[in-house]
Write a protein that binds this ligand. Sequence first.
Ligand code: ATP
Ligand code: MG
Length: 331
Amino acid sequence: RPRVFSGMQPTNASLHLGNYLGALRQWAAMQDHYDAFYCVVDLHAITAGHDADQLRQRTRVTAAQYIAGGVDPERSTLFVQSHVPEHAQLAWVLSCITGFGEASRMTQFKDKAARQGADATTVGLFTYPVLQAADILLYHADKVPVGEDQRQHIELTRDLGGRFNSRFGPTFTLPSPYIPEATAKIYDLQDPTAKMSKSVGGSGLIELLDEPKTIEKRIKSAVTDTGREIVADRENKPGVANLITILSAMSARPVADIEQDFVGRGYGDLKKEVTSAVMETVLPFQQRVRELLDDPAELDALLARGAAKAREVSAHTLRQVYDRIGFLEPE
Ligand code: ATP
Ligand code: MG
């Protein structure tokens, strides 16, 4: 079976609707046809400053959200990145075939660094895409389900994998991004020209673990426009278009049907329907997360089993890489 790899950072307690629609929902759907590896990427989560106790908690909560979102730990390999040392080890090797200029062109780094300021920006944030390439290449993943924002990083992954293969002999599978167009980019409710983003935060996020009242309030105060037509016009009506995207994705209704339904109705109505469609997923999701967190020992055991399964692949890949580049095998 073809392989799939993906991950999310445990940087917030809650995933947001962009993480869910752009990634998690695809992960669950792909389990049937792929040999799937889904990782809580905690190494990535320390690139921009963090609190240790919070990270411990958020790593478990993130894993619980994977399961609540439909990842089946019996069928997929679900694990925590830091439990598998080969991620950091391969990242070092790849960083030595990555051009400084090449890494400097990553737009996500430029955006985040601009937001944080030069003094708060770490070297870890700069090399983050190289670690991400290692995450993917270690498992010989064919497909990587992610949001549109990750396209450039997957392109870098292919470049690095291809470069390694041509210098040292065929080793890595070159992965393709899997980015369904309809949900490739969910926008911030308060700034519908920017992507919904954990690190930006604020009341423009729909957080899956938030109080239902808060979610309702945030949808109600979503920025729209001074017009009244409910059409998916991304250019001129980004707020309304985003709400339609969300409603369409959460209720499995085509955009054209929604536009048809809302002829002559107001933005308030649209927001109400978005809210109930979101709640229909969120309420059982929250219930399942609570159950899973009730038994952290079981969750930890499950993650340990996942890490052992992941290492069966990653250790083999790393051994091969070390051999190809000329590192002696330890006696
Ligand atoms: P940060 O702002 O800290 O980078 P994030 O919100 O981008 O956080 P990540 O953990 O970096 O979250 O990303 C997890 C997955 O969710 C990735 O596959 C990413 O492409 C996807 N994703 C993130 N935001 C969106 C969005 N607004 N729309 C669609 N997919 C998204
Ligand atoms: Mg991100």
